[in-house]
Design a binder for this molecule. Structure first.
Ligand code: SGN
Ligand code: CA
Length: 514
């Protein structure tokens, strides 16, 4: 693919001096790229996406100054696979990371390597999660595995190191320190990849009591009875049953029963708590006193307990997002104050979406909307519309081609996504993409392997159950995806059409049978 030399586009007539709040920058030079990715941040918890739960002023500001993608999807809704897709622009079977157990072959072509080869200085700070060491970076300082919220260890350019404090703030400090010390005469690409808001949702000491007086309403699909979708009765991801009293709800309890799925997390709880400094511990004990007391003093009915679980879950999840939003604000401010805002593409996204009680669930993995859909906001004053929304069907395979294209570098043919740069100036371009293809490779939690296609209006999913099962959703009539229409004869032709689409996409992306 020939690059569009996008970085030279000035047709929007936006001049650097007119838009930047800092010293004037040089729009003739290649743009910088700041790629912020969080872990498990659902669109339902971003006010720019219409959250009914929280406010995210800094993320919203990015959307006001750039483009918010309403229909951004992942190809395989889980961490390591999503990260490998972002780096390579290829589906899981080709980049080798089908699930979180796989190890990334770091000799592969990735967008950071290509940027570096073309004169960029590159860095990654925060979550990496690909087992092998990062390659293609001038600087890397990453969390081992999932990383820890408090006083975390990092691996800095191959060397074990540790920091005192809260992981989201530390990751932000590392990002800003690196921007300060980078070679000022080169364009840069920096990946700021946060651990938050990943399970077990440990908030910073400042925000331990945020939302304390709020009771959040459960989503409409919370009491989904799973009719017509038998496999959902076997998963182990319900808010009602599968979260742990200590690990997830922060109530120390040696005598409380432990579910099989929570044996390791329960053991982890005292370990993460032992890492807290006396001051952190004090704040923590103060903050959760009431919840702990309530849990032991009340004789909950089943329904009361479900409600309590939901509030505990959502409160801590949203608290970790306050720090994420502040981080976005700090990075944005740094770019503005240093005259970099105009010529920097800032991207805010997550490794996938997340269930915040929809279908009664937490976590991701499924092709249902809340998990498939990921937030995606981009801001690039020098070459993008401002405050626009795009309804184009875009995917995380598009990240690598987009970043290369923005930098004026040819996109390798082997990359399967397409550059989003045409959408920067024409966000609702018609005939952008008719359908996205999804494939999840099972790895526990009772979620079967599945694959499917999603168009603007419909979603067809094929679950690898015994016998195989299919689901069809009419997304306009049933956005909550509660009614499986696969057996409904009215949709016979639609199903054939979608199956054909799926076959075509499997050919196009060279998806193997198994
Ligand atoms: C951990 C979490 C799971 C989560 C996976 C994958 N359990 O195993 O809840 O689904 O990570 O998440 S915990 O006991 O560690 O909290 S992913 O985002 O990294 O794919
Ligand atoms: Ca994740």
């Amino acid at each position: 693919m020939k690059s569009s030399q996008f970085f030279l586009i000035t047709s929007l007539g936006l001049s650097a001096a007119a838009c930047s709040s800092g010293p004037p920058s040089n729009v003739e030079s290649k743009p910088n790229i700041v790629f912020i990715m969080t872990d498990d941040h659902a669109t339902q918890a971003i006010s720019a996406y219409g959250s009914r739960l929280n406010k995210t002023p800094n993320i919203d500001e990015l959307a006001e100054e750039g483009i918010l993608f309403e229909n951004a999807f992942v190809t395989n809704s889980i961490s390591a696979p999503s990260r490998a897709v972002a780096l390579t622009g290829k589906y899981s079977h080709l980049n080798g990371i089908k699930d979180n157990h796989d190890r990334f072959d770091s000799s592969q072509v990735t967008f950071p390597k290509l940027l570096r080869k073309n004169g960029y200085e590159t860095a990654i700070v925060g979550k990496w999660h690909l087992k092998s060491q990062p390659t293609g970076f001038d600087y890397w300082n990453v969390l081992p595995g999932q990383g820890l919220y408090y006083n975390p260890e990092f691996i800095k350019m191959g060397k074990d190191t540790s920091y005192q404090g809260y992981v989201t703030n530390i990751t932000t400090d590392l990002a800003i320190d690196w921007m300060e010390s980078r070679k000022q005469d080169k364009p840069f690409m920096m990946m700021v990849h946060h651990k938050a808001p990943h399970r077990n949702w440990m908030p910073d000491t400042n925000y331990l009591e945020a939302y304390e007086d709020r009771k959040f309403p459960k989503p409409k699909s919370f009491y989904d009875d799973y009719e017509g979708r038998e496999h959902l009765k076997n998963q182990k991801l319900t808010v009602a049953e599968h979260l742990d009293i200590s690990w997830d709800f922060k109530v120390p309890c040696d005598t409380c029963p432990v579910k099989k799925v929570n044996r390791i997390p329960r053991k982890m709880y005292p370990k993460v708590m032992d890492r807290l400094t006396p001051d952190q511990r004090k704040a923590w004990n103060e903050a959760y006193k009431d919840e702990i007391e309530e849990f032991f003093s009340k004789n909950f009915t089943k329904e009361e307990r479900v409600n309590w679980n939901y509030q505990r879950y959502i409160h801590d999840y949203l608290r970790t997002i306050i720090s994420v939003d502040k981080s976005v604000g700090r990075i944005k401010k740094y770019l503005e104050e240093n005259g970099l805002a105009e010529n920097t593409l800032i991207v805010y996204t997550s490794d996938q979406g997340f269930f915040l009680g929809e279908h009664g669930l937490f976590d991701k993995r499924y092709m249902y909307e809340e998990s498939l859909r990921t937030p995606l906001i981009m801001k690039y004053p020098a070459g993008m519309k401002q405050g626009a929304k795009s309804d184009a069907l875009v995917q995380n395979i598009d990240f690598a081609p987009s970043f290369l294209d923005v930098a004026g570098i040819d996109v390798p043919k082997a990359m399967q996504g397409k550059s989003l740069t045409p959408l920067f100036t024409n966000p609702n371009a018609t005939s952008w993409r008719e359908a996205v293809y999804y494939k999840f490779y099972s790895e526990g939690w009772g979620v079967p392997r599945h694959r499917g296609v999603r168009t603007n209006d419909f979603k067809l999913i094929n679950f690898d159950t015994d016998p195989a099962s299919w689901e069809l959703y009419n997304l306009n009539k049933d956005p909550l995806e509660l009614k499986n229409l696969y057996g409904d004869s009215t949709y016979k032709q639609k199903i054939e059409e979608l199956k054909e689409k799926m076959r075509q996409l499997e050919m196009k992306y060279r998806i193997p049978e198994k």
